[in-house]
Design a protein around this ligand. Sequence first.
Ligand SMILES: *Cc1c(COP(=O)(O)O)cnc(C)c1O
Length: 481
Amino acid sequence: MAQTTSHALLMDAAQRAVRYLQGVDERPIAPSDEAVARLRLLDRPLPEQPQPDDQVLRMLDELGSPATSASAGGRYFGYVQGGALPVAVAANWLATAWDQNAASATPAPGVAAFEQVALAWLLDLLGLPRDGAGAFVTGASQANFCGLAAARHAVLARAGWDVEADGLFGAPPVTVVISDEAHAAVFKALGLLGLGRRRVVRVPTDAQGRVRLDHWPRMQGPTIVCVQAGHVNTGAFDPIGPVCERAREAGAWVHVDGAFGLWARAAPGLRRWCEGLDQADSWATDAHKWLNVPYDSGLAFVRDAQALRAAMAVTAPYLPPALARGGRSPADFTPELSRRARGVDVWAALSALGRRGVAELVERCCAHARRFAHGVAAAGGTVHNDVVLNQVLVSFTDAATTRRFIDALQADGTCWCGETEWQGRTAMRISVSSWATTDADVERSLAVMRRLAEDGASAGPDPDPDPSLTDPVHLVGETHE
Ligand SMILES: *Cc1c(COP(=O)(O)O)cnc(C)c1O
């Protein structure tokens, strides 16, 4: 490709992206039915002949851009998705242009160095063991897989079994103790590792979705414990410190799923929810959730670097360790042998925000969530969780009314919240995870919620007020035992 063509094409892409982002706050949050219907124009055979690059890009923009949710803007509160900081998007573009394979420091010393610095900063920021290992992976699903793979290695090695060499057939049984309300991704990781999605000891949970210590099972033999920092519905934290104490006595490995909640460690005002979390053995999180870097950015941390390396390295145990070969070999710690330079986006976000900026981002989202909780309660909703983090679970009179409210809110297009089922209830989940959300975004969204509630979108068949509607909203510090 000629240089000039390449220049024009990349500038065109940048301009289209900028135009997209500039419009993202003024369009309906969900894509229109028409935009989704137009995607059928994509459904055509593989072209026989080459097509001009600029036409390819134009088609991508014209069909693709309108068929997106405006999750890059400030009023998308679906799932726990986060946004992408402009500096992280920009760094991602540049690193994509470099086209480096971040798996190895030898041909790609630059990206390896950025990743190593980013990793050290993360361990510092999150208050995790400084000499722990880290892996830049796709997301928290894969990060949970990595942490649990290291766990599987370590608990079986202690029992005299080499699981990487000999597999699980004939191995000493491993007990997995897990919260009854662990994220589905953790059960999936257990399945991938041959530990079984169902072959686990489930610990019952309390009214916030936290594991109950008074129902903790006796632990004996090789044991892996899975707890969570940040329940996907309530944002609640398991009592990780006390769990770690019990696990230590039993010689068990503790793995923490902190897909978004681990970032509370970066916010001084929230640290009390995750006390003792640093006593665990492995941690999984998503930088694409709350650090607000582009997607495909999960992080696994493991206290015992050797355990992660033993589980992941393609090199055989008889080869000298990476350090002896002159530095950290990134591929020794991840499932992938080839991958993009995920750590560059993380480095850029951390450089731009600094310690204080990350704390402010996280705390700002939590303040927005508390404002939402007060606002929807005043509008007649019932808030079901202690709003300790960035998640608010709200329902109206009954399940059908709640669903009607969610449908009307999504159709209005000012903001977007999703539906969830939690402890037998149908609820709307408001998740505030983006750098882009402002006070004005929250007020604008609340105004619509109030209007819909008044318009009767939330009016149920029963004219008598639900007594629970008069329950006060639970706020940080007010009701926690
Ligand atoms: C999002 C999430 C996951 C899965 O993370 P992915 O990045 O989507 O793979 C796991 N656990 C919790 C608590 C989550 O919120």
